[in-house]
Design a protein around this ligand. Structure first.
Ligand code: UDP
Length: 453
Protein backbone atom coordinates (compact mmCIF):
# COMPACT_ATOMS: atom_id res chain seq x y z
CA UNK A 1 0.00 0.00 0.00
CA UNK A 2 3.00 2.31 -0.47
CA UNK A 3 2.00 5.57 -2.14
CA UNK A 4 3.42 6.53 -5.51
CA UNK A 5 5.25 9.75 -6.27
CA UNK A 6 7.62 11.97 -4.30
CA UNK A 7 8.65 10.35 -1.03
CA UNK A 8 7.80 12.50 1.90
CA UNK A 9 10.24 12.37 4.81
CA UNK A 10 8.26 14.15 7.49
CA UNK A 11 8.70 12.65 10.95
CA UNK A 12 5.91 11.17 13.02
CA UNK A 13 6.41 10.74 16.77
CA UNK A 14 4.60 7.71 18.22
CA UNK A 15 3.79 7.37 21.92
CA UNK A 16 2.61 3.81 22.70
CA UNK A 17 1.18 2.74 26.08
CA UNK A 18 3.55 0.20 27.69
CA UNK A 19 1.44 -2.94 27.28
CA UNK A 20 1.83 -5.65 24.66
CA UNK A 21 -1.67 -5.19 23.28
CA UNK A 22 -0.99 -1.45 22.79
CA UNK A 23 2.64 -1.63 21.59
CA UNK A 24 1.80 -4.07 18.78
CA UNK A 25 -0.74 -1.92 16.91
CA UNK A 26 1.28 1.28 17.49
CA UNK A 27 4.44 -0.22 15.98
CA UNK A 28 2.38 -1.74 13.18
CA UNK A 29 1.05 1.74 12.47
CA UNK A 30 4.65 3.01 12.53
CA UNK A 31 5.66 0.39 9.95
CA UNK A 32 2.74 1.34 7.72
CA UNK A 33 3.61 5.04 7.89
CA UNK A 34 7.31 4.31 7.38
CA UNK A 35 6.58 2.33 4.23
CA UNK A 36 4.63 5.36 3.04
CA UNK A 37 7.63 7.63 3.36
CA UNK A 38 7.53 8.96 6.93
CA UNK A 39 10.39 8.81 9.43
CA UNK A 40 9.39 7.36 12.78
CA UNK A 41 10.46 8.18 16.33
CA UNK A 42 9.00 6.08 19.13
CA UNK A 43 8.93 7.83 22.52
CA UNK A 44 8.23 5.11 25.06
CA UNK A 45 8.03 4.37 28.76
CA UNK A 46 10.97 2.54 30.32
CA UNK A 47 8.64 -0.11 31.68
CA UNK A 48 7.97 -2.74 28.97
CA UNK A 49 10.36 -0.96 26.69
CA UNK A 50 10.14 -2.17 23.04
CA UNK A 51 13.24 -3.76 21.52
CA UNK A 52 14.75 -1.26 19.00
CA UNK A 53 16.47 -4.07 17.07
CA UNK A 54 13.10 -5.33 15.79
CA UNK A 55 12.51 -2.00 14.01
CA UNK A 56 15.96 -0.81 12.85
CA UNK A 57 14.44 1.95 10.70
CA UNK A 58 12.80 3.68 13.68
CA UNK A 59 14.44 5.88 16.33
CA UNK A 60 13.57 4.97 19.91
CA UNK A 61 13.68 7.39 22.81
CA UNK A 62 12.89 6.25 26.36
CA UNK A 63 10.98 8.62 28.64
CA UNK A 64 12.64 8.59 32.01
CA UNK A 65 9.73 7.36 34.11
CA UNK A 66 11.68 4.89 36.22
CA UNK A 67 10.01 5.94 39.43
CA UNK A 68 6.66 4.49 38.20
CA UNK A 69 5.94 1.50 40.35
CA UNK A 70 5.06 -1.28 37.94
CA UNK A 71 4.55 -3.66 40.85
CA UNK A 72 1.15 -2.06 41.34
CA UNK A 73 0.14 -3.00 37.80
CA UNK A 74 -1.43 -6.38 38.58
CA UNK A 75 -3.41 -5.00 41.51
CA UNK A 76 -4.26 -1.55 40.18
CA UNK A 77 -3.77 -1.12 36.43
CA UNK A 78 -5.75 2.12 36.46
CA UNK A 79 -3.58 3.62 39.22
CA UNK A 80 -0.52 2.62 37.19
CA UNK A 81 -1.75 4.47 34.09
CA UNK A 82 -2.67 7.60 36.06
CA UNK A 83 0.74 7.67 37.74
CA UNK A 84 2.57 6.97 34.49
CA UNK A 85 0.85 9.93 32.82
CA UNK A 86 1.71 12.24 35.68
CA UNK A 87 5.38 11.18 35.53
CA UNK A 88 5.71 11.28 31.76
CA UNK A 89 3.99 14.65 31.44
CA UNK A 90 6.92 16.35 33.17
CA UNK A 91 9.50 14.67 30.92
CA UNK A 92 7.86 14.72 27.51
CA UNK A 93 8.56 18.38 26.52
CA UNK A 94 12.28 17.84 27.21
CA UNK A 95 12.22 14.66 25.20
CA UNK A 96 10.52 16.29 22.22
CA UNK A 97 12.93 19.21 22.34
CA UNK A 98 15.73 16.64 22.10
CA UNK A 99 14.09 15.07 19.03
CA UNK A 100 13.70 18.49 17.43
CA UNK A 101 17.32 19.57 17.93
CA UNK A 102 18.54 16.25 16.55
CA UNK A 103 16.58 16.80 13.35
CA UNK A 104 18.78 18.64 10.89
CA UNK A 105 16.82 19.43 7.78
CA UNK A 106 13.46 21.08 7.35
CA UNK A 107 11.94 18.13 5.54
CA UNK A 108 12.58 15.89 8.57
CA UNK A 109 10.73 18.08 11.05
CA UNK A 110 7.95 16.63 13.17
CA UNK A 111 4.66 16.46 11.28
CA UNK A 112 2.58 15.21 14.22
CA UNK A 113 2.40 13.11 17.35
CA UNK A 114 0.32 9.94 17.36
CA UNK A 115 -0.31 8.80 20.91
CA UNK A 116 -2.15 5.96 22.56
CA UNK A 117 -5.37 7.16 24.17
CA UNK A 118 -3.97 6.11 27.55
CA UNK A 119 -0.84 8.27 27.05
CA UNK A 120 -3.02 11.37 27.12
CA UNK A 121 -0.25 13.51 28.67
CA UNK A 122 1.12 13.81 25.10
CA UNK A 123 -1.77 16.00 24.04
CA UNK A 124 -0.92 18.94 26.25
CA UNK A 125 2.72 19.02 25.18
CA UNK A 126 1.70 18.80 21.54
CA UNK A 127 -0.62 21.74 22.07
CA UNK A 128 2.11 23.81 23.81
CA UNK A 129 4.54 23.10 20.98
CA UNK A 130 1.83 23.76 18.37
CA UNK A 131 2.19 20.26 16.97
CA UNK A 132 -0.86 18.40 15.67
CA UNK A 133 -1.75 15.25 17.58
CA UNK A 134 -3.76 12.18 16.63
CA UNK A 135 -5.11 9.54 19.03
CA UNK A 136 -4.73 5.80 18.45
CA UNK A 137 -7.42 3.75 20.15
CA UNK A 138 -6.29 0.15 20.27
CA UNK A 139 -9.64 -1.34 21.30
CA UNK A 140 -12.68 -1.79 19.05
CA UNK A 141 -14.94 1.13 18.15
CA UNK A 142 -17.89 -0.68 19.76
CA UNK A 143 -16.02 -0.76 23.04
CA UNK A 144 -16.10 3.04 23.13
CA UNK A 145 -19.89 3.03 23.38
CA UNK A 146 -19.82 0.32 26.04
CA UNK A 147 -17.56 2.59 28.11
CA UNK A 148 -19.82 5.50 27.38
CA UNK A 149 -22.71 3.59 28.93
CA UNK A 150 -20.69 3.44 32.17
CA UNK A 151 -20.57 7.25 32.37
CA UNK A 152 -24.32 7.40 31.86
CA UNK A 153 -25.00 4.75 34.48
CA UNK A 154 -22.73 6.58 36.90
CA UNK A 155 -24.51 9.89 36.28
CA UNK A 156 -27.85 8.17 36.94
CA UNK A 157 -26.53 6.65 40.17
CA UNK A 158 -26.69 3.09 38.80
CA UNK A 159 -23.06 2.17 39.25
CA UNK A 160 -22.13 -0.37 40.53
CA UNK A 161 -25.24 -2.07 39.15
CA UNK A 162 -26.99 -4.74 41.20
CA UNK A 163 -26.50 -8.49 40.60
CA UNK A 164 -30.03 -8.97 39.30
CA UNK A 165 -29.37 -6.65 36.34
CA UNK A 166 -26.26 -8.48 35.09
CA UNK A 167 -28.10 -10.52 32.45
CA UNK A 168 -30.30 -7.62 31.27
CA UNK A 169 -29.58 -6.12 27.86
CA UNK A 170 -28.07 -2.63 27.89
CA UNK A 171 -30.52 -0.35 26.04
CA UNK A 172 -29.33 0.51 22.51
CA UNK A 173 -26.19 -1.57 22.84
CA UNK A 174 -27.24 -4.92 21.42
CA UNK A 175 -25.90 -7.58 22.05
CA UNK A 176 -24.30 -6.32 25.28
CA UNK A 177 -25.67 -7.18 28.71
CA UNK A 178 -24.78 -5.26 31.84
CA UNK A 179 -22.29 -7.98 32.73
CA UNK A 180 -20.44 -7.31 29.44
CA UNK A 181 -19.74 -3.66 30.15
CA UNK A 182 -16.02 -2.98 30.56
CA UNK A 183 -15.91 -2.51 34.32
CA UNK A 184 -12.36 -2.97 35.67
CA UNK A 185 -11.64 -6.18 37.55
CA UNK A 186 -9.03 -4.41 39.64
CA UNK A 187 -9.25 -0.90 41.03
CA UNK A 188 -12.10 1.45 41.79
CA UNK A 189 -14.74 2.37 39.22
CA UNK A 190 -14.36 6.10 39.93
CA UNK A 191 -10.65 6.04 39.21
CA UNK A 192 -11.33 3.99 36.09
CA UNK A 193 -13.85 6.53 34.80
CA UNK A 194 -11.40 9.32 35.58
CA UNK A 195 -8.79 7.58 33.40
CA UNK A 196 -11.29 6.95 30.61
CA UNK A 197 -12.48 10.54 30.56
CA UNK A 198 -8.89 11.80 30.28
CA UNK A 199 -8.23 9.28 27.49
CA UNK A 200 -11.43 10.16 25.63
CA UNK A 201 -10.80 13.89 25.75
CA UNK A 202 -9.99 14.69 22.13
CA UNK A 203 -10.47 18.44 22.30
CA UNK A 204 -7.14 19.27 20.74
CA UNK A 205 -6.74 16.18 18.55
CA UNK A 206 -6.79 16.26 14.78
CA UNK A 207 -8.18 12.76 14.36
CA UNK A 208 -8.74 9.31 15.85
CA UNK A 209 -7.30 6.09 14.47
CA UNK A 210 -8.94 2.70 15.06
CA UNK A 211 -7.45 -0.69 14.30
CA UNK A 212 -10.67 -2.01 12.82
CA UNK A 213 -12.61 -2.22 9.56
CA UNK A 214 -15.92 -0.95 8.33
CA UNK A 215 -16.97 -4.50 7.58
CA UNK A 216 -16.66 -5.51 11.24
CA UNK A 217 -17.92 -2.33 12.90
CA UNK A 218 -19.89 -0.37 10.38
CA UNK A 219 -22.56 1.01 12.70
CA UNK A 220 -20.21 1.83 15.61
CA UNK A 221 -17.83 3.65 13.28
CA UNK A 222 -20.68 5.59 11.67
CA UNK A 223 -22.00 6.52 15.12
CA UNK A 224 -18.51 7.57 16.17
CA UNK A 225 -18.09 9.78 13.12
CA UNK A 226 -21.44 11.46 13.84
CA UNK A 227 -20.36 12.20 17.36
CA UNK A 228 -16.85 13.51 16.68
CA UNK A 229 -15.84 16.73 14.97
CA UNK A 230 -12.57 15.22 13.76
CA UNK A 231 -11.98 12.49 11.16
CA UNK A 232 -12.09 8.86 12.25
CA UNK A 233 -9.63 6.60 10.45
CA UNK A 234 -10.34 2.88 10.52
CA UNK A 235 -7.24 1.28 9.08
CA UNK A 236 -7.32 -2.26 10.36
CA UNK A 237 -6.43 -5.00 10.60
CA UNK A 238 -3.07 -3.25 10.82
CA UNK A 239 -1.05 -6.43 11.30
CA UNK A 240 -2.13 -7.46 7.80
CA UNK A 241 -1.02 -4.14 6.27
CA UNK A 242 2.24 -3.69 8.20
CA UNK A 243 5.47 -5.58 7.50
CA UNK A 244 5.82 -8.70 9.61
CA UNK A 245 8.29 -7.44 12.30
CA UNK A 246 7.51 -8.74 15.75
CA UNK A 247 7.19 -6.38 18.70
CA UNK A 248 6.94 -9.13 21.30
CA UNK A 249 8.12 -8.18 24.78
CA UNK A 250 8.63 -11.86 25.63
CA UNK A 251 10.74 -14.30 23.68
CA UNK A 252 8.66 -16.25 21.18
CA UNK A 253 9.11 -20.01 21.35
CA UNK A 254 9.08 -21.09 17.71
CA UNK A 255 9.40 -24.79 18.59
CA UNK A 256 5.63 -24.87 18.50
CA UNK A 257 5.64 -24.32 14.73
CA UNK A 258 7.60 -27.56 14.22
CA UNK A 259 5.12 -29.31 16.53
CA UNK A 260 2.20 -27.87 14.52
CA UNK A 261 3.82 -29.18 11.30
CA UNK A 262 3.24 -32.71 12.66
CA UNK A 263 -0.49 -32.22 13.30
CA UNK A 264 -3.29 -32.70 10.81
CA UNK A 265 -5.11 -29.85 9.15
CA UNK A 266 -7.60 -27.89 11.32
CA UNK A 267 -7.17 -30.29 14.24
CA UNK A 268 -5.38 -28.14 16.86
CA UNK A 269 -7.03 -25.88 19.42
CA UNK A 270 -4.69 -22.99 20.25
CA UNK A 271 -5.06 -21.62 23.80
CA UNK A 272 -3.77 -18.24 24.94
CA UNK A 273 -5.02 -15.63 27.37
CA UNK A 274 -2.80 -12.79 26.17
CA UNK A 275 -0.26 -10.68 27.98
CA UNK A 276 -2.16 -9.48 31.06
CA UNK A 277 -4.81 -12.01 32.23
CA UNK A 278 -4.15 -14.14 35.32
CA UNK A 279 -5.65 -17.41 36.53
CA UNK A 280 -5.50 -19.49 39.70
CA UNK A 281 -3.50 -22.71 39.95
CA UNK A 282 -6.81 -24.55 40.37
CA UNK A 283 -8.14 -23.10 37.11
CA UNK A 284 -4.91 -24.08 35.35
CA UNK A 285 -5.46 -27.69 36.41
CA UNK A 286 -9.12 -27.58 35.27
CA UNK A 287 -8.04 -26.16 31.92
CA UNK A 288 -5.42 -28.90 31.58
CA UNK A 289 -7.91 -31.73 32.18
CA UNK A 290 -10.55 -30.09 29.99
CA UNK A 291 -8.07 -29.96 27.11
CA UNK A 292 -6.87 -33.51 27.78
CA UNK A 293 -10.41 -34.93 27.88
CA UNK A 294 -11.42 -33.17 24.66
CA UNK A 295 -9.00 -35.53 22.90
CA UNK A 296 -8.09 -32.76 20.46
CA UNK A 297 -4.43 -31.82 19.97
CA UNK A 298 -3.73 -28.51 21.69
CA UNK A 299 -1.07 -25.81 21.74
CA UNK A 300 -1.24 -23.90 25.00
CA UNK A 301 0.53 -20.68 25.96
CA UNK A 302 1.04 -20.36 29.72
CA UNK A 303 2.75 -17.03 30.33
CA UNK A 304 5.26 -17.24 33.22
CA UNK A 305 3.88 -15.29 36.18
CA UNK A 306 0.28 -15.57 34.91
CA UNK A 307 -0.68 -18.30 37.42
CA UNK A 308 -1.36 -17.03 40.92
CA UNK A 309 0.62 -19.06 43.41
CA UNK A 310 2.83 -20.79 40.80
CA UNK A 311 5.90 -19.96 38.75
CA UNK A 312 4.71 -21.76 35.66
CA UNK A 313 3.15 -25.21 35.05
CA UNK A 314 4.83 -27.11 37.91
CA UNK A 315 1.40 -27.55 39.55
CA UNK A 316 0.14 -29.73 36.67
CA UNK A 317 -0.13 -33.37 37.78
CA UNK A 318 2.16 -36.06 36.33
CA UNK A 319 -0.78 -38.17 35.15
CA UNK A 320 -1.94 -35.22 33.01
CA UNK A 321 1.46 -35.13 31.30
CA UNK A 322 1.33 -38.90 30.74
CA UNK A 323 -2.25 -38.69 29.46
CA UNK A 324 -1.51 -36.09 26.78
CA UNK A 325 1.87 -37.43 25.63
CA UNK A 326 2.58 -35.79 22.26
CA UNK A 327 -1.02 -34.60 21.86
CA UNK A 328 -0.38 -31.35 23.71
CA UNK A 329 2.38 -28.77 23.53
CA UNK A 330 2.82 -26.03 26.17
CA UNK A 331 4.99 -22.94 25.64
CA UNK A 332 5.66 -19.73 27.56
CA UNK A 333 4.99 -17.41 24.63
CA UNK A 334 4.22 -18.17 20.98
CA UNK A 335 4.62 -16.38 17.66
CA UNK A 336 0.83 -16.01 17.72
CA UNK A 337 0.20 -14.60 14.26
CA UNK A 338 2.18 -17.44 12.67
CA UNK A 339 0.42 -19.97 14.87
CA UNK A 340 -3.03 -18.75 13.85
CA UNK A 341 -2.00 -18.78 10.19
CA UNK A 342 -0.81 -22.42 10.43
CA UNK A 343 -2.99 -24.97 8.59
CA UNK A 344 -3.05 -27.28 11.63
CA UNK A 345 -4.87 -24.73 13.82
CA UNK A 346 -8.65 -25.02 13.70
CA UNK A 347 -9.78 -23.13 16.81
CA UNK A 348 -8.63 -20.53 19.33
CA UNK A 349 -9.53 -20.51 23.03
CA UNK A 350 -8.87 -16.85 23.76
CA UNK A 351 -9.36 -14.13 26.35
CA UNK A 352 -10.54 -11.98 23.42
CA UNK A 353 -8.13 -9.07 23.62
CA UNK A 354 -8.81 -6.93 20.56
CA UNK A 355 -5.52 -7.85 18.83
CA UNK A 356 -6.06 -11.57 19.37
CA UNK A 357 -9.64 -11.25 18.14
CA UNK A 358 -8.55 -9.48 14.94
CA UNK A 359 -5.67 -11.93 14.39
CA UNK A 360 -8.07 -14.86 14.71
CA UNK A 361 -10.68 -13.31 12.41
CA UNK A 362 -8.01 -12.59 9.79
CA UNK A 363 -7.12 -16.29 9.62
CA UNK A 364 -10.74 -17.47 9.65
CA UNK A 365 -10.22 -19.28 12.99
CA UNK A 366 -13.37 -19.71 15.12
CA UNK A 367 -13.03 -18.95 18.82
CA UNK A 368 -13.94 -20.09 22.30
CA UNK A 369 -14.19 -16.82 24.19
CA UNK A 370 -13.06 -16.69 27.79
CA UNK A 371 -12.94 -12.95 28.57
CA UNK A 372 -11.37 -11.72 31.80
CA UNK A 373 -11.73 -7.97 31.99
CA UNK A 374 -12.28 -4.65 30.26
CA UNK A 375 -13.07 -4.68 26.55
CA UNK A 376 -12.58 -8.46 26.33
CA UNK A 377 -16.23 -9.05 27.33
CA UNK A 378 -17.43 -6.70 24.61
CA UNK A 379 -15.27 -8.45 22.01
CA UNK A 380 -16.45 -11.87 23.18
CA UNK A 381 -20.06 -10.80 22.72
CA UNK A 382 -19.40 -9.53 19.20
CA UNK A 383 -17.56 -12.75 18.29
CA UNK A 384 -20.37 -14.98 19.57
CA UNK A 385 -23.48 -12.88 18.82
CA UNK A 386 -22.72 -10.44 15.99
CA UNK A 387 -20.16 -12.13 13.75
CA UNK A 388 -21.16 -15.57 15.10
CA UNK A 389 -17.68 -17.03 14.69
CA UNK A 390 -17.32 -18.37 18.21
CA UNK A 391 -18.97 -19.37 21.45
CA UNK A 392 -18.57 -18.00 24.92
CA UNK A 393 -17.41 -20.04 27.89
CA UNK A 394 -19.34 -18.24 30.61
CA UNK A 395 -19.49 -20.59 33.55
CA UNK A 396 -16.77 -21.21 36.13
CA UNK A 397 -13.60 -22.60 34.54
CA UNK A 398 -14.21 -26.33 34.97
CA UNK A 399 -12.91 -29.31 33.03
CA UNK A 400 -16.32 -30.55 31.78
CA UNK A 401 -17.25 -27.13 30.37
CA UNK A 402 -13.90 -26.77 28.65
CA UNK A 403 -14.05 -30.27 27.19
CA UNK A 404 -17.58 -29.64 25.86
CA UNK A 405 -16.68 -26.24 24.39
CA UNK A 406 -13.60 -27.62 22.60
CA UNK A 407 -15.56 -30.51 21.11
CA UNK A 408 -18.40 -28.22 20.09
CA UNK A 409 -16.01 -25.89 18.27
CA UNK A 410 -13.68 -28.48 16.75
CA UNK A 411 -15.94 -31.46 16.07
CA UNK A 412 -19.66 -30.60 16.10
CA UNK A 413 -21.77 -29.29 13.21
CA UNK A 414 -22.17 -26.06 15.13
CA UNK A 415 -18.42 -25.46 15.01
CA UNK A 416 -18.34 -26.20 11.29
CA UNK A 417 -20.92 -23.45 10.70
CA UNK A 418 -18.76 -21.03 12.72
CA UNK A 419 -15.79 -22.07 10.60
CA UNK A 420 -17.72 -21.25 7.40
CA UNK A 421 -18.73 -17.85 8.71
CA UNK A 422 -15.12 -17.33 9.84
CA UNK A 423 -13.85 -17.95 6.29
CA UNK A 424 -16.33 -15.42 4.95
CA UNK A 425 -15.31 -12.83 7.55
CA UNK A 426 -11.66 -13.40 6.72
CA UNK A 427 -12.32 -12.73 3.02
CA UNK A 428 -14.29 -9.58 3.80
CA UNK A 429 -11.46 -8.24 5.94
CA UNK A 430 -9.02 -8.97 3.13
CA UNK A 431 -11.16 -6.85 0.78
CA UNK A 432 -11.00 -3.94 3.23
CA UNK A 433 -7.22 -3.67 3.01
CA UNK A 434 -6.95 -4.09 -0.77
CA UNK A 435 -6.70 -1.01 -3.03
CA UNK A 436 -10.09 0.66 -3.02
CA UNK A 437 -11.16 -1.14 0.18
CA UNK A 438 -12.39 0.89 3.17
CA UNK A 439 -9.23 0.49 5.28
CA UNK A 440 -6.99 1.25 2.31
CA UNK A 441 -8.97 4.42 1.55
CA UNK A 442 -8.96 5.46 5.18
CA UNK A 443 -5.18 4.98 5.35
CA UNK A 444 -4.71 7.18 2.27
CA UNK A 445 -6.81 9.88 3.92
CA UNK A 446 -4.70 9.66 7.08
CA UNK A 447 -1.48 9.95 5.05
CA UNK A 448 -2.83 12.97 3.15
CA UNK A 449 -3.82 14.62 6.41
CA UNK A 450 -0.38 14.09 8.01
CA UNK A 451 1.29 15.46 4.87
CA UNK A 452 -0.90 18.53 5.02
CA UNK A 453 0.28 19.49 8.55
N1 UDP B 1 0.74 -12.68 21.69
C1 UDP B 1 1.88 -13.29 21.21
N2 UDP B 1 2.20 -14.51 21.72
C2 UDP B 1 1.49 -15.14 22.68
C3 UDP B 1 0.32 -14.50 23.16
C4 UDP B 1 -0.02 -13.28 22.64
O1 UDP B 1 2.57 -12.78 20.32
O2 UDP B 1 1.88 -16.23 23.09
C5 UDP B 1 0.39 -11.36 21.12
C6 UDP B 1 -0.88 -11.46 20.30
O3 UDP B 1 -0.55 -11.83 18.97
C7 UDP B 1 -1.47 -10.05 20.42
C8 UDP B 1 -0.92 -9.55 21.75
O4 UDP B 1 0.10 -10.45 22.16
O5 UDP B 1 -1.01 -9.24 19.36
C9 UDP B 1 -1.98 -9.54 22.85
O6 UDP B 1 -2.84 -8.48 22.65
P1 UDP B 1 -4.39 -8.61 22.94
O7 UDP B 1 -5.02 -7.32 22.59
O8 UDP B 1 -4.95 -9.80 22.26
O9 UDP B 1 -4.50 -8.91 24.48
P2 UDP B 1 -3.80 -8.28 25.80
O10 UDP B 1 -2.51 -8.97 25.95
O11 UDP B 1 -3.68 -6.80 25.58
O12 UDP B 1 -4.77 -8.64 26.88
Amino acid sequence: MEKEGKRCRRRVVLVPAPFQGHINPMLQLGSILHSNGFSITVVHAQYNSPDPSTHPDFSFLPLPDSSSDHNILAADGVGFVLELNAKCKARFPECLAQVMTQLGSDDDRIACIIHDEFMYFSQETAKDLKLPSIVLRTASASNFFARDALFQLKAEGHLPFPEYRLQDPVPELYPLRFKDLPIPTFGKVDKFLQMLSKGSNIETSSGIIYNTTYYLENSSLAKMQQRCQVPIFSIGPMHKIASASSSSLLEEDSSCLAWLDKQSCNSVIYVSLGSVAFMDAKELVEMAWGLAHSKQPFLWVVRPGSIRGAEWIEVLPEDFKEDIGERGHIVKWAPQKEVLAHDAVGGFLSHCGWNSTLESICEGIPMICRPYSGDQRVNARYVSHVWKVGLELESKLERCGIERAVRRLMVDEDGKEMQKRGNNLKERCEFCIRDGGSSSNSLNELIDMIKSF
